[in-house]
Design a protein around this ligand. Structure first.
Ligand code: ATP
Ligand code: MG
Length: 571
């Protein structure tokens, strides 16, 4: 490819809505273009990178014995109704009708489709395990599409599904996928960490997310400073924290005018926040009020609450609902309420506290010296808070640290959820009919590319890791009008390509400065400069984008080998 022919329109001005560096750079460098919110065209540079990531994924999936297939994007509503997800999926699902009025959706994921596919064809234990995967566009009408390819509404996903005869088989299939994911992200050059993830409604302990490490990541992660434990904050288990022992004092009501936040109350009463209890009121798709109480400095974890009440999602409760339960927004407390009118969840740390301050269920009123074990009413005491740095590790004596991540992939033990719902059974060696054990395994291909760019860039542009770079080498003749050096540059360009090193030639009649800038912006791993000056030294100048390292490579001798060595060593 010659840069004069390359469709990579670079931009000087980046649209103001782009906040992440990866998004800005991919627009500026001419990798992608937006047509509407969360809908992007991949221009040649992005598409080449995407295809390389897909190829890495294919090779690693095939190595595990998984087989590539391709299923329709358009899915009939019936299979989603059978699994019960047609309603659960809600507004995120793109729905459509055909000319006969039949309902369909654009696949946001394919568990229903694959289960329906295999249920008539995998019927014996002899055919298990089987793992099928595809690389395809998925559609999700995201509430907040943003960050370019990171959170778009149409995006490319690799999704794989495993089918096993029993739980041990599922564990083995899951581990194979987990290991393949590590190899995939290693080969992409990504800095990542697998973390325990919330398995949601499916329960059990079977999900990991692969998080690209980035301060700008949307996901919170905690990890242990001592052992291997790492988890999504949505999932991280929190031990009940101890509180200093104190003799219980008599419960007292206080007037707290206008103090409807925990900070205001603590200030007003001169109470330490560690001896205060705050409330959050939810309702859910199941209806009903759920009052949650945590220590004043802690945060209620919505996922844990959702799981605790067996709902699909929770949302803030409206004021009227709170009032109907006999309390007041801003002054809610777990004393004197009726658990028949609402569900009361108390975080386990709270039950260790003494002489605490909490809302008194009347305007401008709080209790002090409340003794949780003596005074609180509740439905359940359990872990409902979000882990924070400094928390004790649930697995060892270490403590948790915080980081942020970009979820590039997730692996999931589905157990029998879909096989039971959709009737995907097989006959075991004794001829008994049993549901299959399933796993599902996703990778966001575009998000992986964006995460790579998010991790590797500098003030001059993108720094592409060689295995996912659109081209490995750019040959940059300083002056195309200088016949000698230009024909040398062309020769190097041809030779490298013939030897399987993907190379692009900047043959444009532009100032060298402009060409250097574009090469840095696009992020080719290695830049080879040829000009009258380097010719005089009988050399080409080789620069590594990642390290900035520069050296001359002699024009005579095996320069292909020399360049390959440079490539081998770089990111
Ligand atoms: P998120 O929590 O970020 O919305 P998810 O958990 O809903 O993602 P999965 O259903 O696990 O996503 O999908 C598998 C993979 O697809 C994710 O790990 C991610 O890399 C990618 N992905 C999901 N949603 C998007 C999106 N809107 N845009 C780009 N990639 C996405
Ligand atoms: Mg996920």
């Amino acid at each position: 490819m010659r840069v004069s022919q390359l469709y990579a329109p670079t931009l000087r001005e980046v649209p103001a809505e782009a906040v992440l560096e990866s998004h800005k750079l991919m627009l500026r460098a001419g990798y992608i273009r937006k047509i509407a919110g969360g809908l992007y065209s991949y221009l040649p540079l992005a598409w080449k990178s995407i295809k390389k990531i897909e190829q890495i994924i294919r090779e690693e999936m095939d190595r595990t014995g998984a087989q590539e297939i391709m299923m329709p994007i358009v899915q009939p509503s019936e299979i989603w109704k059978e699994s019960g997800r047609w309603d659960v999926y809600g507004a995120e699902m793109f729905r459509l009708k055909d000319r006969h009025g039949r309902e369909f959706c654009l696949g946001p994921t394919h568990e229903e489709m694959i289960t329906t596919l295999v249920k008539n064809e995998l019927h014996s234990y002899r055919q298990l395990p089987t793992n099928l995967y595809q690389i395809q566009s998925k559609f999700r009408d995201e509430k907040r599409p943003r960050f370019g390819l990171m959170r778009s509404r149409e995006f490319i996903m690799k999704d794989a599904y495993s089918f096993d005869a029993d739980e041990a088989g599922l564990d083995a299939s899951y581990q194979k996928m987990y290991d393949a994911y590590e190899r995939i992200f290693d080969r992409c050059g990504l800095k990542y960490r697998p973390v325990e993830a919330d398995p949601g409604a499916i329960g059990g302990n079977g999900s990991h997310e692969f998080m690209g490490i980035a301060d700008s990541g949307e996901a919170g992660i905690v990890y242990c400073d001592t052992c291997d434990y790492a988890a999504d904050v949505e999932k991280a288990e929190c031990a009940a924290l101890p509180a200093p022992d104190e003799a219980p004092l008599p419960l007292e009501k206080k007037n707290t005018p206008g103090c409807n936040t925990i900070e205001a109350v603590c200030n007003f009463l001169h109470a330490p926040i560690l001896k205060s209890v705050k409330a959050v009121a939810f309702t859910s798709d199941k209806g009903g009020l759920v009052l949650c109480f945590v220590r004043g400095d802690h945060e209620v974890n919505e996922i844990k609450v959702t799981n605790a009440i067996g709902a699909n999602e929770v949302m803030m409760a409206p004021d009227e609902m709170i009032q109907e339960a006999g309390t007041v927004p801003g002054f809610m407390g777990p004393i004197g309420l009726d658990t028949k009118k609402c569900t009361i969840l108390i975080d386990s740390t709270v039950m260790n506290m003494h002489n605490v301050c909490c809302g008194a269920n009347a305007v401008d009123t709080h209790y002090v010296n409340a003794e949780p074990s003596r005074d609180f009413v509740y439905t359940k005491v359990l872990d409902i808070r979000t882990a924070v740095k400094g928390d004790k590790c649930p697995h060892c004596e270490g403590h948790l640290k915080e980081a942020r991540g970009i979820e590039v992939g997730q692996v999931f033990k589905l157990y029998k959820k879909y096989s039971e719902a959709l009737g995907a059974t097989f006959l075991d060696p004794d001829g008994r009919e049993k549901p299959m054990y399933m796993g599902s395994y996703g990778i966001g291909v575009g998000r992986t590319l964006a995460a790579v760019v998010e991790q590797y860039h500098d003030e001059n542009g993108i720094i592409m890791p060689k295995h996912v770079a659109p081209y490995e080498v750019i040959v940059l003749p300083v002056n195309v009008k200088d016949a000698d050096s230009f024909s040398k540059a062309e020769e190097i360009y041809e030779t490298l390509n013939q030897h399987g090193i993907e190379t692009i030639l900047d043959d444009r009649d532009e100032r060298a400065g402009v060409k250097f800038k574009d090469a840095d912006l696009i992020g080719y791993p290695v830049r080879i400069v040829v000009g009258p000056k380097t010719m005089a030294r009988n050399a080409m100048e080789c620069k590594v984008r990642y390290t900035g390292e520069m050296k001359d490579i002699p024009l005579e001798g095996d320069y292909v080998k020399a360049i390959r060595e440079v490539l081998d060593k770089t990111l």
